[in-house]
Structure formats: structure tokens, C-alpha cells
Design a protein around this ligand. Structure first.
Ligand code: 7TS
Length: 406
């Protein structure tokens, strides 16, 4: 059993009052709050060890490098990977840009096929659009069903010997859908395509084992999983990292440099040009430690309980339209919805006046909203520090919004 009061006590921002009422933060899918241990790990690094990594001869720099590499090992263990396969990036967006660039340079020729899905966040769509444009390849989106599941029969029909890559989100940031990655991988590998997974919404909430998923590359952000902003991860299989050309070039990613050419360092350094986000990596390691202490199974169960409660509450209100799977077991810890005839921004603004933070907009998934026939939606999302009482307060506040605006 987890002690929710104790957990909440670990998150300083939750002590904030909005108009005398406690803050209710239901936007963790945008960015999660940070526990004290993460904030402390970052500031302690600046106070006690700050030096650049991989270059200093002195003890301070050695310690900084050790902490940075220990962070990499910790993150690798968290996803069941080897640390030389973990590249630190600024976040999911940069990681996916790197993957799309490198896949393009090594595998995609004119006329080849790139598959994405209708539910991708722009971060896992636009890099592939740009790749398709650059290489004159064909970009196709796997369609979704009315309930927000991927149409796997349609996916199978899209696979040909020219399909070189399938880029898919693990958990949709709008529908909440958990996609069957290992099934997708099996089919994709059948035609020799690589699979790149956007784990931005799954890494914060469930135990990830890259070997079980079977994918070839996977990206996530620190800031959605209790860690700092400015740090993310691209995991990829060693043989890919060996074959891929560097994405950014400059210091620290080289082996030897002449005026007219250079050779590359081994991965992951090959993909970490310049001074990396050192304090942020150390903060991310503290976030991983925090999540592991609670246990990812407990984190997932808690998210599911709150999602079940929110889904039931929203479903019982006839003026609420919900997007995505009806069952919490088929979802990540979030629910997107609309109140009939009301603009999501108005709903979110009135909730904000009660100190309740939800997201309203297209959530960086415009093609998905267009597919759903919507301009925008509201989204409530949860993490380990949210309570049942907060979900109930949100549902009651939503009734007041409906009475005020209907
Ligand atoms: N992929 C998914 C599925 C996401 O949800 C997000 C961020 C990203 C990629 C990009 O992550 P970043 O850390 O590089 O920005 N999603 C959201 C969201 O749903 N609301 O705000 C950010």
C-alpha cells in the first residue's frame, strides 16, 4: 500500500493555495509535478559537484561524469536496456527527430513507405512528414476505430516490402489508448521494417521493458515522469546506434578531427554533441529512483483507479462526450472529453477559477482532432500524487461549469 498523504507531502507545489483552496493539478500528461528529491538532486549537483563531463582531469569533473553516467545506468535499468543504448536528449521531441533523421539516412529511399498512426502527437508525426518529403517517400497513417483503437487489419494491409519504418505512440496523449506494441513489432519485423515507439505517455505510468516490447527505438521525456525539463531519452538497439550517422555534430561526439573531416565517438556519445543536460540527467535518475521506490505497478494501478473514477463520473453525465476507449484498463491515466456545445477553453478557464488545472486545446494532435470531428477537447490527466477526492472535486466543479455555461 502506498501512503498517498506522504507522497503528496513530497511535492512542494501541491502546498499551493488558489483563492484559499488547495491546487488540484490534473495536467500531468503535459508535465508532471516534481518531488523534493528530484529538485534536491539537481540543486545539490550545482552546489557540490558542478563541472563539465567527459573532459576534466580534476576530481570535480570526474565526480560529475560519474554522476552523469550513473544516471544513464539507472535509466537503462528502468527500461530493461543496456546503458550504451541510452542516449540523453532534450526530450521526446528531440529523440524522435534524431530517430527519424537517422532512419531516413540509413533506410529510406524514394518510393519507400513510412507508417505513422492517426493518433500521433505532432512530435511523432512531423519528423516523419519531413523525412517523407526529403526522401520522396510515401507517408501513410494507420487509421483508428470509433473507440480509438488502431485498426490492425488496415495496418497489416499497409505493410509491404517497401515499408521501412513504423512510428507509433505507446499511449495516446488524447485518447489514452494503449497500443499493442509487441503485436505491431511482430508484423512490422515480418516485412523488415523498424519500429520507433513514442513512450512519452507510457514511461511515466507503467513498467517498460524494451526487450519485451521488441521495438527498435523508443523515446520519452523526463519532465512527464516526475523529472526535470530539458532531459529525455532515446533508447535504440546497439546495431542501429552503430549504423546511424550523428544528428548534431560538434564537441564530445568525435573520436578524431582534422580540418576537413572527423570520425565519431562510439554511441551513445556519438549522439550527445556539446555539453549535455548534466543536472537534468541527475534529476531524472532521482525521479526514476522515486518511481521505483513506489513501484511502477503501484503507479499504474493508482492511475487506473483515478481514471476509472473519472470515466465513470463523466459517463454518468449525459452532456459529456468522452474520447477513446471506454474501459480504464485499455487506457493510460488520462481522459479527454467535451461538454456538449461548450468550448474547451471556457470549461478550462472556469475550472481554473476553482484552482483546478486541466488542459484544453488540440494537445498537439490536430490530425486526431480533425479525425474526431473536433477543433479541441478538454483533458484531465493524473499521476501518483492525485487523489480520489480531487477527481470527485473536478467532477463536481464540472457540473457548476455546465450550469453556468449551458
Ligand atoms: N509524444 C507524446 C505522446 C506526448 O504526449 C508529448 C507531449 C510528446 C511526444 C512531446 O514531448 P516533449 O517532452 O518533447 O514536449 N505531450 C503533451 C501534452 O499532451 N500536453 O502537453 C504536452
Amino acid at each position: 500500500m502506498m501512503d498517498l498523504a506522504q507522497i503528496r507531502g513530497d511535492f512542494p507545489v501541491l502546498k499551493r493555495l488558489e483563492n484559499g483552496k488547495p491546487l488540484i493539478y490534473l495536467d500531468s500528461a503535459s508535465t508532471s509535478q516534481k518531488p523534493h528529491s528530484v529538485i534536491l538532486a539537481e540543486s545539490r549537483f550545482y552546489q557540490e559537484q558542478n563541472a563539465n563531463v567527459r573532459r576534466g582531469i580534476y576530481l570535480l569533473a570526474y565526480e560529475a561524469t560519474e554522476l552523469y553516467e550513473a544516471a544513464r545506468r539507472r535509466v537503462a535499468t528502468f527500461i530493461g536496456a543496456r546503458s550504451e543504448e541510452v542516449v540523453f536528449t532534450r526530450g521526446t521531441t528531440e529523440a524522435l527527430n534524431l530517430a527519424a533523421w537517422a532512419v531516413g539516412e540509413t533506410r529510406v529511399s524514394p518510393g519507400d513507405r513510412i507508417l505513422v498512426t492517426e493518433m500521433e502527437h505532432h512530435a511523432n508525426l512531423i519528423p516523419w512528414q519531413e523525412l517523407a518529403r526529403r526522401k520522396r517517400a510515401e507517408l501513410l497513417a494507420i487509421p483508428i476505430s470509433e473507440e480509438g483503437h488502431l485498426d490492425l487489419a488496415a495496418f497489416r494491409k499497409m505493410l509491404t516490402s517497401r515499408t521501412k519504418v513504423v512510428a507509433v505512440t505507446h499511449v495516446s496523449n488524447v485518447l489514452g489508448t494503449v497500443n499493442p506494441i509487441s503485436d505491431i513489432v511482430e508484423e512490422a519485423h515480418g516485412v523488415g521494417a523498424v519500429v520507433v515507439v513514442d513512450a512519452a505517455q507510457s514511461a511515466p505510468h507503467m513498467s517498460l521493458r524494451v526487450t519485451e516490447l521488441g521495438c527498435d527505438a523508443l523515446a520519452f521525456s523526463g519532465h512527464k515522469m516526475l523529472g526535470p525539463t530539458g532531459i529525455g531519452v532515446l533508447w535504440a538497439k546497439s546495431e542501429l546506434l552503430e549504423a546511424w550517422p550523428p544528428f548534431l555534430t560538434g564537441g564530445e561526439m568525435i573520436r578524431e578531427v582534422w580540418l576537413d573531416r572527423a570520425t565519431w565517438a562510439d554511441p551513445p556519445a556519438k549522439f550527445e554533441a556539446g555539453t549535455p543536460p548534466i543536472a537534468q540527467a541527475i534529476g531524472l535518475a532521482a525521479a526514476v529512483e522515486y518511481l521505483e521506490r513506489i513501484g511502477m505497478d503501484v503507479v499504474q494501478t493508482h492511475g487506473r483507479e483515478l481514471t476509472t473514477l473519472a470515466l465513470a463520473g463523466l459517463q454518468s453525465r449525459p452532456h459529456v462526450e468522452i474520447y477513446g476507449p471506454k474501459k480504464a484498463e485499455e487506457r493510460g491515466a488520462l481522459v479527454a472529453f467535451n461538454l456538449r456545445g461548450l468550448h474547451p477553453h471556457d470549461v478550462a478557464t472556469l475550472l481554473d477559477q476553482e484552482g483546478i488545472c486541466i488542459r484544453a486545446g488540440h494537445h498537439c494532435a490536430q490530425p486526431l482532432h480533425r479525425r474526431l470531428g473536433l477543433a479541441a477537447s478538454c483533458r484531465a490527466s493524473f499521476h501518483i500524487y492525485n487523489t480520489r477526492e480531487e477527481v470527485e472535486a473536478f467532477l463536481e466543479a464540472l457540473d457548476r461549469v455546465w450550469e453556468a455555461l449551458r
